[in-house]
Ligand binder design. Structure first.
Ligand code: UD1
Length: 463
């Protein structure tokens, strides 16, 4: 038997995590009544063979009930349709009944404060929807391998390089994870190894997809974006849709679903081309490409949602992330992914500009590590904050090329071409704020990261 609970907003006030635990304790006592009733109902509709009862508590605002139920019902039906439970229809009907009873308030006696748990004080279960699924072990298996057991974490851009890396780390910790990706730049092959993740193919430009993705989730890692400066120069509208509109949609859906915290992949491109190094968070942003402007707009939305709606938001401004799973095949790919692939294949690389431009290249493990810290950090420390995420070291492209020659065995020289529009010259982060707010320290330095990255591209043929 499985009991899964999710809670969210109450009376438009945010329920803080501490409070939530108290509510959950109380809720559990009250839910025992429901569970007993559920058992009886289960045997009424299905006298034999019932092996599992799943009781789900969704704490939502009353006004959202109908839409919420419709969405949940759609998800359950999908699951049951894919289940090998031969008597799944019963489960579905039973579930529908319970949903509608909940929607029309007929559960009040079952969760009546006086008869259950909490000294007569009003409590959140009265605004909850309780749904019940009865089934056999086969149904249970389908549910547990799929989307019915609601994920605690949502990763957007889960088929992308950074998203899949965060999802993998969460799964390795035994967390329940949902991912969403539209495959505009994400790759299906990046989902290999993430089978335990519930996956939604959907576009964050679509508010309905965002609502589906956020349902029941506690923490969102918003990694989805069209992450490329030159791509944004070629297609500023596409970048705006996939970076700005998508981010606003995620925030709106997160708030409506009672998500507690959204962690956002910001970009160092926000600093633009100001010569001052290192870049500190208190410097005025100065985006010089559509991509930088779009990512910066997302940062502002994060801050505003924390301030206006009390949603916990954290912005991590990434500096040139690299590592395994970064797509090396696109013209818009990150420079290290392109260089690794080409040099391993014995092909010449192109350096735009004189190669003297420098970057604070950040190995992916550092990014994953900081995201996990950001998810766990106390709200009073991090909510509404923006901080650099990097290594506080920089290296030029020419130097990087030399290190890669050693690591890959490539013996040729690079070709030099004119500098790219929208490119900045130098980039180096001050990471003291992340140290202070998250306790972050880089875990893997540039050389070691590059070594691991080359090994990875070597092992997968640079695909
Ligand atoms: C920028 C952002 C970064 C963002 C990334 C998304 C800055 C400081 N950083 O990185 O936050 O995540 O976009 O794409 O703005 N280059 C070559 N040869 C190549 C490819 C690239 O020389 O084949 C050069 C580029 O011209 C650039 C440097 O390498 O000078 C790095 O390029 P890239 O990896 O695309 O990242 P940024 O544009 O620095």
């Amino acid at each position: 038997m499985v009991l899964v609970e999710r809670s969210g907003n109450a009376n438009n006030n945010r329920v803080h995590f501490g409070d939530l635990r108290v509510i959950r304790r109380r809720a559990k006592v009250g839910l025992l009544h429901l569970l007993n009733r559920a058992r009886q109902n289960a045997h009424n509709v299905r006298p034999t063979g019932v092996e599992s009862i799943h009781l789900f508590l969704f704490d939502i605002e009353a006004g959202d009930a109908e839409a919420f139920i419709a969405e949940q019902e759609r998800q359950w039906q999908t699951h049951i349709a894919h289940s090998d439970d031969s008597d799944a229809r019963v489960a579905r009907l039973h579930l529908l009944l319970e949903f509608w009873q909940a929607a029309h308030g007929h559960f009040s006696h079952a969760v009546d404060c006086k008869t259950c748990c909490c000294d007569g004080a009003p409590h959140l279960i009265q605004r909850a929807i309780v749904s019940l699924v009865v089934g056999t072990a086969a149904l249970t298996r389908t549910m547990q391998s799929g989307s019915v057991i609601l994920a605690k974490y949502l990763v957007t851009g889960a088929a992308g390089f950074i998203g899949r890396s965060i999802a993998a780390a969460l799964l390795a910790r035994g967390e329940t994870v949902r991912g969403i990706d539209s495959f505009i730049t994400g790759k299906r092959s990046n989902l290999i190894g993430l089978e335990a993740m519930e996956f939604i193919e959907g576009d964050l430009a679509d508010p309905a997809a965002c609502a589906q993705a956020c349902a029941g989730v506690e923490i969102v890692f918003h990694e989805a974006a069209l992450a490329s400066v030159p791509r944004s120069v070629a297609d500023p509208v596409g970048t705006n849709v996939n970076c700005v509109d998508a981010t606003l949609n995620v925030l709106v859906a997160a708030r409506a679903a009672g998500v507690r915290r959204v962690i956002y992949a910001g970009s160092s491109s926000a600093y633009g081309d100001a010569p001052t190094l290192p870049k500190r968070e208190d410097m005025l942003p100065n985006p010089i490409s559509p991509y930088a402007a779009a990512k910066l707009a997302g940062e502002h939305y994060m801050r505003v949602f924390a301030r206006v709606y009390g949603l916990e938001t954290v912005v991590l401004r990434y500096f040139n992330v690299f590592g395994p799973y970064q797509d090396p095949t696109s013209h818009y790919s990150g420079v290290l992914a392109i260089f690794c692939r080409r040099m391993l294949a014995g092909e010449q690389t192109t350096i735009y500009g004189d190669g003297g431009q420098s970057r604070d290249f950040t190995y992916i493990d550092n990014v994953v590590y900081a995201n996990l810290l950001a998810a766990a950090a106390p709200a009073e420390k991090v909510s509404g904050q923006m901080m650099n995420l990097a290594t506080a070291t920089r290296i030029t492209l020419n130097e990087t090329f030399e290190i890669l020659r050693e690591l890959t065995g490539y013996s040729g020289k690079p070709e030099y071409a004119p500098a790219r529009a929208g490119d900045i010259r130098d980039s180096l982060a001050d990471i003291d704020l992340a140290r202070e707010l998250l306790g972050y320290e880089p875990q893997v330095d540039f050389r070691e990261g590059l070594r691991r990255t080359v090994e990875w591209y070597r092992s997968c043929g640079g695909a």
